[in-house]
Ligand binder design. Structure first.
Ligand SMILES: Cc1cc2nc3c(=O)[nH]c(=O)nc-3n(C[C@H](O)[C@H](O)[C@H](O)COP(=O)(O)OP(=O)(O)OC[C@H]3O[C@@H](n4cnc5c(N)ncnc54)[C@H](O)[C@@H]3O)c2cc1C
Length: 491
């Protein structure tokens, strides 16, 4: 690992014969001149990590243990100047560039074989302005970093449900979670973003500055540049009434039907998702339930307990008694991190998603049938609401298009054992094939793998796709940023 003060370790790069082979015969590693790498190292305030360095294997690891990419160099940036340097270097060297926030992305698009990773994980810091109710968030922050900083002021920005997720990747493709019904997607709360573009220049995008870029960043993923910081609007959220309510799987049909009817009309203070899951064979779950399949209602009411109970009563009173109801009053960051321990870094993940408009009984039957075949205790199906504040923004107002969906569904095959990679993948695909005919066709790019094809991505963006290709051709005409759910520049 090379920091600015580490002695130089590269010697001249020579072929064994001393002869220069034709260009195609060289590995990228061999044709990249030592001087260039030294210049890069010396220009960075952060750290340059390359193959053979002691920290290389740790630094290249991604959240999804199923993905094993061997990148050439990792530029762990600490400021915007570092990011500019890294972008210029990668472009001038003809390297494929991956951008890394927290590395949570399912298909591992935060890394690239034989290329350059622009790693932002050291760029952390949140500045809360409690008067303006905004937070300036550096791009390497996790959701947990943001919640920690904003909670001290009794404020929050809507984001996802696992606190180790990177705020950057989550935001750039949308971001939905417990607060979305009331306050919208994470992108709906984005005021501006600082971006290093493919030519190495720096811009701030907002509704008044580079509005086309600002539109594209709100859903279009990492296609347009490296975002170095975000400015978010905050909302008064402090303590919530939240927790899981778990029912025997035999009641899942009735619960899904009630959930479908109840939630779209429920107060927007209630965030809630439904899950088809298995009780893990470990504490804190009651031993007699270990390994049994269940239907989860995961609730988060942004308000006092008595009101939350009253809001939930029409739903819960109409259902059979749950196995357990662990709802209680807690700080918002507690519900945000409730599942972190169940999903540590390094497990095998394969997932597929879809946006869902309606949930007919036939779809529910398909869900029950497929969920019963889950190949591991951690494998799951979640159905998140897309309504309320998310619907109050038009489909064309941001790049995130599927605002007419009612639900965002994800099926995830998950297991710690690498030998289960095959079964969890097959189960996820088969489950998805069975329910997809009932869905809208488009997927949430944050819930896509990299084997789903262009048509799926186009369906995800719908009418916005063409406009995205035009913004891409303006800001990244050579498609420098293509290690992502790629939107190619309009020709
Ligand atoms: C356990 C788990 C739970 C999740 N829960 C939710 C949820 O509740 N709601 C939800 O909406 N999503 C959820 N997600 C999906 C999550 O939003 C995506 O995986 C997201 O990509 C993770 O962001 P990251 O910064 O960690 O991504 P990384 O893997 O670091 O990056 C992913 C991609 O994002 C782009 N990118 C990252 N940082 C930047 C940047 N600074 N500038 C430009 N491009 C960048 C790049 O294209 C990169 O390839 C969850 C994921 C996991 C694994």
């Amino acid at each position: 690992m090379l920091g600015p003060s580490t002695p130089r370790k590269w010697g001249p790069i020579q072929s064994v014969s001393g002869q220069k082979p034709p260009l195609g015969g060289w590995l990228k590693e061999e044709i990249m001149h030592e001087d260039d790498r030294l210049k890069l190292r010396d220009s960075l305030r952060g750290t340059l990590i390359q193959r053979g360095d002691a920290g290389y294997d740790v630094a290249r690891k991604l959240y999804n243990g199923m993905i094993d990419k061997r990148t050439l160099i990792i530029a762990r940036c600490v400021d915007v100047a570092d990011v500019m340097t890294a972008v210029n270097f990668g472009r001038d060297q003809g390297l494929r560039i991956a951008i890394r926030g927290a590395g949570h992305n399912g298909p591992g698009l935060a890394s690239v074989d034989d290329g350059l990773v622009i790693d932002l994980s050291a760029m952390i810091g949140v500045r809360v302005d409690p008067t303006a109710r905004t937070a300036r968030v550096a791009a390497g922050c996790t959701q947990g970093d943001v919640d920690h900083a904003t909670h001290a002021f009794g404020l929050a920005v809507p984001a996802g449900i696992i606190s180790t997720t990177g705020i950057a990747g989550l935001t750039l493709s949308g971001g939905h979670g417990y607060l979305s019904r009331k306050y919208g997607l994470t992108i709906d709360n984005l005021i501006e973003a600082d971006v290093v573009l493919a030519d190495g220049s720096f811009v701030t995008a907002s509704k008044d500055r580079h509005p086309d870029l600002f539109w594209a960043l709100r859903g279009g993923g990492g296609n347009f540049g490296v975002v170095t910081s975000f400015l978010f609007a905050l909302h008064p959220v402090s303590r919530v009434f939240a927790g899981p309510v778990a029912f025997d799987q035999k009641h899942a049909r009735a619960i899904m039907q009630r959930y479908r009817e109840f939630l779209p009309g429920a107060p927007e203070e209630l965030g809630m998702f439904l899950g088809l899951k298995t009780v893990l064979s470990s504490p804190p779950f009651p031993r007699e339930l270990w390994g049994r399949r269940f239907c989860l209602l995961m609730c988060c009411y942004d308000g006092p307990e008595d009101k939350g109970k009253a809001v939930l009563a029409p739903l819960l009173n109409a259902l059979p008694a749950p196995w357990f109801n662990w709802m209680g009053v807690m700080p918002y960051p507690a519900v945000q991190s409730m599942f972190d321990g169940l999903y540590p870094k390094g497990m095998q993940w394969y997932w597929r998603g879809d946006f869902v408009k309606t949930l007919p009984d036939a779809a529910i039957e398909a869900h029950l049938d497929q969920a019963a075949k889950a190949p591991s205790e951690l494998s799951l199906m979640h159905l998140y609401p897309i309504d309320g504040a998310v619907h109050r923004i038009g489909s064309g107002e941001t790049a995130w298009n599927c605002r007419d969906a009612t639900w965002s569904m994800v099926i995830a095959g998950i297991d710690p054992n690498p030998q289960k990679a095959g079964p969890i993948t097959q189960w996820t695909k088969a489950y998805w094939e069975a329910v997809h005919p009932f869905d809208l066709g488009g997927a949430y790019p944050n819930f896509m793998m990299d084997d789903e094809g262009d048509a799926r991505l186009k369906a995800a963006y719908g009418d916005n796709y063409r406009r995205l290709t035009m913004v891409k051709s303006r800001y990244d005409p050579a498609n420098l940023f293509r290690v992502n759910q790629n939107i190619r520049p309009a020709s």
